[in-house]
Design a protein around this ligand. Structure first.
Ligand SMILES: [Zn+2]
Length: 423
């Protein structure tokens, strides 16, 4: 059998609950991928924001091990091999369509024959149509395409036919219905011998009604204001900003709650992969080694992630412990008391701490008994906390440096992020 084409679709801000619950949006195509493919319902993203999550997906390494830990300003460590490089070396033509903060300065373009960056463009555009044409015959087979879909990211894009209540009760749900219309055209364009992998880079918190939206607008201005930030950094506010933000901001803010880190992961390749589903906990870092195994390619270096192909073949598997970290800028990382990181273990425990272990936290949640993460049980589980603390120290000791950006590249990134509304 010839090597399959591989289409990796990463939908920005796609939460697991909204992807898997078909009553929330109108998503017949996504539903078909889930039913006829293999779905992992407990997939954990590496971060709450775009760039480190993509870096983990494209390297099979955590952000500690690949050097990309924040939204902007970090570059993939030059010594870290990438998924695209391994596929290219094995004869694949490698293409990427990236958006938002994923400019070439991130180093994530390494290994792609073509890395097309567009600042912000929905699928309902000449760009989206061009992708369909190229998939139908414009790419040199076997090919690997990493397609970053931005439409679910705020401000969300909803096509006119998906603006009704039947397509969802929130802008978020309607934007997902809108993406599903594009997925239909995409699936029709695909050559037969293609493996489709679909995931989200992280989750999202969003308003559910107009009143909720007004309330969140006011809270966003309070939490983002200089006096609030200053009071928080001085220790005058007893709660971490992540707890204050929950349910009050429309965004993927600085926190590691389930709505921000649980994403879908679906592999669809009838004739190559059987259909099925798993509730095992798996991670973003497992995606690259899985794709390489499905393509019959050996990784060029060590990966922390492990292939999920065996589980999809019906072999027994284990939960994979996930490292999670907020995407904090270098300036914030100079104040590690404000940076959150942690582990999610076996769909049961979530441990979160500040990186200097001071002032706030640690937090420990029992997700089985407390899925909404309301009760911090850290004080009742000292042995578990000590174990997680040691795990954290061990992982942090393996930290690799980010590559450096030139002054011009920093300026280009700042200008782009301002235009995208991040700054
Ligand atoms: Zn994102």
């Amino acid at each position: 059998m010839p090597q399959p084409n591989i289409l990796l679709i990463v939908v920005d801000c796609l939460r697991a609950d909204h992807a898997y619950d078909r009553s929330l949006s109108r998503t017949p195509v996504l539903g078909g991928l889930i039913e006829n493919g293999y779905a992992f319902s407990n997939t954990i993203s590496s971060a709450n924001c775009t760039t480190p999550s993509f870096a983990a997906i494209l390297t099979g390494l955590t952000q500690i091990e690949n050097g990309v830990r924040c939204l902007h300003g970090d570059r993939l460590n030059p010594s870290v091999p990438t998924l695209a490089e391994a596929l290219k070396k094995a004869g694949y033509s490698t293409y990427a369509e990236a958006s938002g903060p994923l400019g070439p300065e991130t180093g994530l373009e390494r290994g792609f024959t073509e890395y097309n960056y567009r600042m912000r463009q929905g699928h309902n555009s000449p760009w989206g149509q061009d992708i369909l044409r190229r998939i139908a015959g414009g790419y040199q087979a076997p090919w690997f395409l990493m397609l970053h879909i931005w439409d679910l990211h705020g401000p969300r894009w909803v096509i006119p036919e998906c603006r009704g209540r039947e397509c969802g009760s929130s802008d978020y749900a309607r934007a997902l219905s809108s993406i599903d219309v594009y997925l239909q055209a995409l699936m029709r364009s695909l050559p037969a011998n293609t493996v489709v992998v679909l995931t989200g880079d992280h989750g999202e918190d969003f308003s559910r009604s107009e009143i909720d939206s007004i309330r969140r607008y006011i809270w966003t201005h309070i939490i983002m204001s200089k006096p609030f930030k200053s009071a928080w950094k001085r220790g005058l506010i007893p709660k971490h900003v992540s707890e204050i933000s929950r349910g009050r901001i429309d965004n993927h803010y600085d926190a590691l709650f389930e709505i921000l880190i649980r994403v879908p992961l679906i592999f669809h390749a009838p004739g190559i992969l059987r259909s099925g589903a798993s509730t095992l906990q798996v991670r973003h870092v497992d995606i690259a080694p899985t794709i390489l195994e499905l393509a019959g390619v050996t990784p060029s270096g060590d990966m922390t992630g492990q292939s999920l192909a065996g589980i999809m073949r019906g072999e027994p598997g284990d939960h994979r412990e996930a490292y999670i970290e907020v995407g904090a800028s270098r300036r914030r990382r100079a104040l590690p008391g404000l940076v959150l990181a942690g582990f999610r273990r076996a769909n049961r425990y979530k441990y979160v701490c500040t990186l200097d272990g001071s002032r706030f936290g640690p937090w420990l949640y029992d997700l089985e008994k407390d899925p909404d993460e309301r009760q911090n049980i850290a004080a009742t589980q000292p042995e578990l906390i000590a174990e997680f603390r040691n795990r954290m120290q061990e992982l942090q000791s393996r930290r690799v440096a980010s590559g450096t950006l030139t002054t011009e590249e920093h300026k280009a990134v700042q200008d782009r992020l301002k235009a995208l509304g991040y700054m």
